[in-house]
Design a protein. Structure first.
Length: 129
């Protein structure tokens, strides 16, 4: 059980199975979870309740994860973001690294994901400074 069982986590993915399984895992660890089927839906949630983390899929219709992250910055959203991808090509890793994002590959290894969420330095804020 996490030290703060009321931690709010946003999960953004266009795959309903990923949303459901990730929600189940995080809620079983005591977190509160809100899911979004795409980047536009996530962006519409700001301003609003500020999540402790955003798990953000890279490849989605309309806006990809890096585009959503850039828009979060323009909204002055101060929230750590972890990029998740099923297509971890070097270009995505390089672009994510330049943006200060951690990348987790699908299928998600939940122990790794939980470890990252419990480590303040692993997930980077969408806006720094």
């Amino acid at each position: 059980m996490p030290s703060n069982p009321s931690t709010l986590i946003f999960v953004v993915d266009d795959d309903p199975a990923i949303l459901d399984s990730t929600r189940f895992l995080l809620e079983s660890e005591g977190h509160r979870v809100e899911t979004f089927p795409g980047g536009r839906e996530l962006l519409a949630a700001f301003p609003g309740p500020s999540p402790a983390f955003v798990l953000l899929d890279q490849i989605m219709p309309e806006l990809d994860g890096l585009e959503v992250f850039a828009q979060l910055r323009t909204l002055d959203a101060v929230v750590p973001v972890v990029l998740i991808t099923g297509h971890p090509d070097p270009g995505i890793r390089t672009r994510a690294g330049r943006a200060g994002l951690s990348v987790v590959e699908k299928p998600l290894v939940f122990d790794t994901l939980l470890s990252m969420l419990g480590t303040n330095g692993a997930a980077r804020p969408a806006h720094q400074g």
